[in-house]
Design a protein around this ligand. Structure first.
Ligand SMILES: Cc1ncc(COP(=O)(O)O)c(C=O)c1O
Length: 367
């Protein structure tokens, strides 16, 4: 009998299939309030729902290469045309395609911690090594340390703008310094719409052929379950990434939904407005609690450091889950700070419940 373990690519040894315990939990009990995965709380607009239904009516057909959507994306971003865009099943897929296009086993990816957890997971599956550099205490990327970590094996550096979970926007100079190296620089802009495209690094991808931007409909457009993302860059690098595309990676329903979503900018802007209102409310209410540092965000999530209170991330998140049925996100300890947790901004009602729950926790530990 063949030993499949011996047939397996050696770098898969020890890896596990992706599994998100909090998302599983939320689907098992739909009464729980989901404030843990940076989804949008609002259902899709009617225009998007109608388009999804239209798409499903022709689900017996394969989609084409979706040039109409790429043209629309190029237009929205002031880019020359569809050859500046590659589409994916969520931005995670366009990141994965880029990793596959530029890294082979043994190559290195540089990321800054804390950050989105899937970068390392996608690097692992192709046998690339992830080098993690700690952010500075104020969450700025430590650009000197990042540059020092570059080796001949470094192929990609990925830094989000704004970063998740810290919420801070990044200055051009960080990316410009890195783009001067012989490395692919990815700007993950999953959350850019919350602060507006004026903060995007679009002007830099026009200047640097090795810099690209990933985006998604999962956040401000509120379509995480539809799975649609895209990468922007100069035609040469986009052509290279496009060689990896899995045929028909975007379902015809998702293609129809995405086209409608891009054509309804007002619908997206309204969700952004409500989310930013929720952000202002949560930030101002939670800042009143002694011992908490609430970091101002440019995304739909808020990072809070409760370490000075002595409460740990687990204690806070577990209590709020058990007592208030709200799922928040624990964060790994960072330079000895054990009380970091993240709240995804929800609907007005969810935000009010969440603020009351967090206040209740910090009252309860005083007793
Ligand atoms: C920084 C960042 N990038 C990318 C993603 C992935 O989004 P998606 O694959 O749904 O487009 C997320 C999701 O949480 C994220 O936080």
């Amino acid at each position: 009998m063949a030993d499949v373990k011996k047939l397996m690519n050696p770098w898969l040894d020890g890896l596990k299939p992706y599994f998100s315990p909090h998302i599983e939990k939320a689907w098992q009990d739909t009464n729980l309030i989901r404030m843990m995965s940076n989804e949008g709380p609002f259902p899709p607009q009617k225009k998007v729902l109608d388009a999804l239904i239209e798409g499903s009516k022709i689900a017996n057909r394969y989609p084409d290469s979706l040039t109409n959507i790429k043209e629309k994306i190029a237009e929205l971003n002031g880019l020359d045309g569809p050859d500046w865009v590659v589409l994916g099943n969520g931005s995670t897929e366009v990141l994965d395609m880029t990793f596959r296009a530029f890294m082979q086993p043994g190559d290195e990816l540089i990321q800054s911690l804390p950050c989105y957890g899937i970068y390392i997971q996608r690097a692992n599956v192709i046998g690339a090594k992830t080098v993690s550099i700690l952010a500075k205490d104020n969450w700025e990327y430590d650009i000197d340390a990042i540059e020092n970590a570059i080796t001949p094996k470094t192929k990609i550096i990925i830094l989000a703008n704004p970063n998740n979970p810290t919420g801070n926007l990044i200055e051009d100079s960080v990316y410009e310094r890195l783009a001067k190296h012989d490395i692919v620089v990815i700007v993950d802009e999953a959350y850019i719409e919350y602060s507006g495209l004026k903060n995007s690094k679009l002007h830099l991808i026009k200047k640097y052929p090795n810099m690209i931007i990933s985006r998604t409909l999962s956040k401000a457009y509120g379509l995480a379950g539809m799975r649609f993302g895209y990468m922007l860059g100069q035609p040469e690098i986009i052509n290279i990434i496009s060689r990896i595309i899995l045929s028909w990676n975007i379902s015809i329903m998702s293609a129809f939904g995405a086209y409608a979503a891009f054509n309804d900018q007002e619908g997206m802007q309204e969700k952004v407005r409500l989310t930013n209102e929720g952000r202002d409310y949560i930030e101002s209410e939670l800042s009143k609690i002694e011992g908490l540092t609430v970091y101002h965000t440019n995304g739909n999530y808020i990072l809070i450091d409760a370490s000075p209170t002595g409460a740990t991330s687990e204690e806070i998140v577990d209590y709020i889950m058990e007592k208030h049925k709200i799922i928040l996100r624990k964060q790994n300890p960072f330079k000895g700070r054990k009380g970091l947790f993240r709240i995804t901004i929800g609907s007005k009602e969810e935000n009010e419940k969440c603020v009351a729950a967090v206040k209740d926790f910090f009252e309860s530990i005083k007793k």
